[in-house]
Design a binder for this molecule. Structure first.
Ligand SMILES: C[S@@+](CC[C@H](N)C(=O)[O-])C[C@H]1O[C@@H](n2cnc3c(N)ncnc32)[C@H](O)[C@@H]1O
Length: 428
């Protein structure tokens, strides 16, 4: 097994796609929260720190011709694989740089309108966290967006003992990462079956183990064998990240920005009366037993006036995706339980979207939403979270790389469908 700066490098991380990292998605979510965002109708720059084999960046580049996309990762095999896919797919507006964050922070690399990092922060030693923050501090343009995924408490607490065991096994197993994972998982299973107190006292941890047994060993190796794995409280992360000169704005998960839909009803009064923003975040994390966060920060955020805010939303056009169900009542299976979407709201909205693409400005003329743009926004965000609608890119431009990337994905039997008109993709 080999590690660099404590991070496993002898096994390739499997492909994982996150629609919430894509530039149009990030812009839209920030606009809904009332913030001015980078103009992605013009040329812009976007950097992913810890890009792995680059699937998120490749989708972004293939579907967003106005952007220039830069991926940074110190795993040689990841960068070679990512470059090969870009070359095969004919994607030109992308570059992959083999570098540690520390070395990247020290070299000349231009400035960015977006910096994103997923599956990285919670696994980094302090020095690499410092380098990542330095890159954000020095390279993000004003109103630039920083997206950060990380493991958080209280939900990730159920992983602590499992991670400890897998990591300790890796220190003595003397085998490669995936084999070490197999040994560690087998030992955990034996402990669970033997009725070890951890599993008896915490049935949720046994459920977690069963879920992890279904995961790819390479994924588990990256998740659990790093020396520095450390979940954090979101309020602590926000304080630390603010030292990079950016402010926390909200979640890239549009459901989580709507307390009415993502926090149990009887917790909402406690949330409303919380005395600080940090306390609110702690309450939200406890209410959702949250184990990971996808947070958006912004440099020098500027907020819209209410007229500008409405105008910014009015400009968005939405389309129904192929997965949108028949118009009518829909039950949304959210992390806090099933939320019934009533037919009187959803039927007119979904029917109009099934018919053709619709602008926000037009949809708010539907009788059920007239004078209630907030209700329309909330309903659209719920549909968007569920993958049933997506805003369209306003600007045109050739997305030639999308055809090549879709062909490559189909050849590899990867169930990802590009939506170049939406600057995004969908897992099918
Ligand atoms: C779990 S993978 C995440 C890949 C991708 N972002 C995703 O979510 O699918 C973490 C990546 O961060 C890279 N990484 C970890 N520490 C790093 C460092 N100090 N400098 C550069 N890359 C690093 C690893 O090589 C790995 O490819």
């Amino acid at each position: 097994m080999s590690r660099r700066d404590g991070y496993v490098v002898d096994v390739t991380y499997p492909l994982h796609f996150y629609k919430e990292m894509q530039p149009l998605w990030l812009n839209y979510v920030l606009n809904t929260l009332g913030c001015v965002t980078p103009d992605i109708g013009k040329q812009y720059s976007y950097c992913e720190l810890g890009c792995g084999v680059g699937i998120n960046l490749l989708v972004a580049a293939a579907c967003n011709p106005q952007g220039h996309f830069v991926g940074v990762d110190f795993n040689h095999d990841h960068i070679i694989a990512a470059r090969e896919i870009a070359q095969k797919a004919g994607i030109k507006n992308i570059e992959f740089i083999e570098s540690s964050f520390d070395a990247f922070a020290k070299r000349e690399h231009g400035r960015f309108d977006f910096i994103v990092s997923h599956g990285v922060w919670s696994w980094l030693p302090a020095e690499a966290k410092g380098a990542l923050m330095q890159i954000v501090h020095e390279s993000l343009n004003p109103q630039g967006i920083f997206y950060l995924q990380y493991m958080c408490y209280p939900g990730a607490a159920r992983l602590i003992a499992l991670q400890k065991m897998l990591h300790e096994v890796s220190l003595v197993s003397g085998v490669g990462s995936t084999e070490s994972i197999s040994q560690g998982m087998a030992l955990l299973r034996k402990l669970a079956d033997a009725g070890a107190g951890l599993f008896v006292d915490n049935p949720e941890i046994e459920k977690e183990l069963t879920a992890l047994e279904k995961e790819h060993p390479a994924y588990l190796a990256h998740d659990f064998l790093t020396h520095h794995w450390q979940p954090q409280h979101s309020s602590d992360v926000h304080r630390i990240i603010s030292q990079a000169g950016v402010s926390y704005i909200g979640s890239a998960n549009c459901l989580e920005n709507m307390d009415a839909l993502s926090v149990p009803g009887n917790v909402q009064p406690l949330l409303a009366s919380a005395a600080s923003r940090s306390l609110k975040e702690v309450i939200r994390d406890i209410a959702r037993n949250q184990s990971q966060r996808v947070d958006i920060f912004q440099k020098e955020p500027r907020t819209f006036t209410s007229a500008e805010h409405l105008a910014s939303l009015d400009r968005y056009t939405f389309k129904a995706t192929d997965t949108m169900p028949t118009p009518g009542a829909v039950v949304f299976n959210t992390p806090i339980g099933k939320i019934p979407g009533p037919a009187d709201l959803l039927t007119p909205l979904m029917s109009s979207l099934k018919l053709k693409e619709q602008q926000f400005a037009d949809m708010r003329q539907l009788p059920v939403f007239r004078k209630e743009p907030g209700l329309l926004l909330q309903t659209l965000n719920l549909l968007m979270w569920a993958g049933y609608v997506h805003p369209l890119r306003a600007e045109g431009g050739d997305t030639g790389g999308a055809v090549g990337l879709q062909n490559w994905l189909s050849e590899q039997k990867i169930p990802l469908t590009l939506m170049p008109e939406c600057g995004n993709a969908m897992i099918l």
